[in-house]
Design a protein. Sequence first.
Length: 328
Amino acid sequence: SNTPIRVAVTGAAGQISYSLLFRIASGAMFGPDQPVILQLIEVPFEKAMKALEGVAMELDDCAFPLLKGMVLTDDPRVGFKDANWSLLVGAKPRGPGMERADLLKDNGKIFIGQGQIIDEVAAADARIAVVGNPANTNCMIAASQAKRLTPDRFTAMVRLDQNRAQAQLAKKAGVDLTAVKDIFIYGNHSPTMFPAFKHATINGKPVKEVITDIDWLKGPFLETVGKRGAAIIAARGLSSAASAANALVDHVRSLVTPGAIHSVAVKSEGRYGFDPDVWAGMPVKTTTPGSYEVITSYELCDFCKEKIALTNKELVEERAAVLDMIKG
Ligand code: NAX
């Protein structure tokens, strides 16, 4: 339709957004005929807002035909107003010597506030995608604050892990990337997440018939995908940004494309052995734009169950660390 989609983005002056916003404005996220309005949210500090102004100047300078407007704000109530999609990219990074529990709590406060405000002011068809880490738990926290919006509206991104796994399998098999299908991510967006290689296919054949080195699949493959974020930091001196932005484009694009099958962290409801109340990565199929059903037909082997139990344990612990905040 010609009515612009309103896309709210937090952390809009950060490094992921510096790759992300230009892709949204060019039509990569919602398609080449869909106008967008960007509602850019940053923290109320002069440095952040000044940097955001610079990003907006560059967006102007791209003369994107689909970009019908921009809002620059440090007030989430303004930024999330009537948003159809809210992309929660901003988060507090883990500082030196900071405990994981403190990181969870500090981010918990941000996502409690944002969850409440989105629930109050976003559009009737609001959809929320969380990238800021710890993404699954931040998503769970935001959803817990909503009275109007149902939990299925809140998803967290594990698509970067899926894309990483697909690329590694293609490399190992020496095939084109597009030959690798049905590689899905289960669990947390953290080194514990599990790319279920047994369900993947390469040129239509089960992975294990093409990559016969099962020790590579169970060892270096899982390790490379799980620790890819750290490897990027070690090499670049900065965390993944362009690939994360690209993954978010894929995450949303797949969620608005009926029939798309892809990995998304959603409220588990007890599927695949996850605690019902955590947000865990799993395969979903998009039904109508913005809506999806979880694919529950994959059978899990003992090795898969073991791996899922580990990532579920981490999600349950993260939830326990913030439970007093979200219930209080
Ligand atoms: P940056 O530090 O470059 O940018 C974050 C921006 O968010 C900053 O400009 C900051 O001012 C802003 N911000 C912080 N709190 C905010 C709030 N309450 N409201 C609005 N803006 C706020 O980080 P960047 O590299 O862009 O990464 C952003 C987040 O993505 C981090 O939490 C990072 O850990 C996470 N990631 C998640 C990934 C995933 O697959 N789910 C992968 C990439 C990335 O590591």
